[in-house]
Design a protein around this ligand. Structure first.
Ligand SMILES: [Zn+2]
Length: 133
């Protein structure tokens, strides 16, 4: 029996190529999942921060429309990002179901580099001077 070695090598190379392609596809799909998870985490953090901000403003009878607007803008930007990621994902034929629950941990504190005020670690903007964090 005459074995065509070239043919075998060629087939092997093709198989390796398609395996590599599948791995790359999976990696890209995985990255999109991570992006989506990150965006959803950022969204819930920003929403929580906005809630806390509005609450403390109302409670103290204060107004800070600029800061509230900054949060609303940031939140709609993240929402758009999530929409885009979801669209990209539904274009693929992936049938995986996505479940993610945000970690229920208390946010820590950090210091605003602009004015030195103590702000929540999750805060997107300083509640004191409005600087982007
Ligand atoms: Zn500040």
């Amino acid at each position: 029996m005459n074995i065509d070695l070239d043919k075998i090598l060629e087939t092997g190379a093709q198989l390796a190529d398609s395996a590599k392609k599948t791995a790359t596809d999976l990696a890209q799909k995985g990255k999109k999942q991570v992006d989506l998870m990150n965006a959803q985490t950022r969204l819930s953090k920003a929403q929580r921060q906005l809630g806390a901000l509005v609450y403390s403003l109302e409670k103290n009878g204060e107004k800070n429309d600029l800061l509230v607007k900054k949060y609303v803008d940031a939140i709609s930007a993240i929402e758009e990002e999530i929409e885009t990621l979801k669209k990209q994902e539904s274009q693929g034929q992936s049938t995986y179901t996505y479940t993610y629950t945000a970690p229920a941990q208390e946010p820590g504190k950090k210091t605003c580099p602009q004015c030195g005020a103590e702000v929540d670690e999750d805060a997107l903007f300083c509640s004191c001077c409005g600087a982007q964090l």
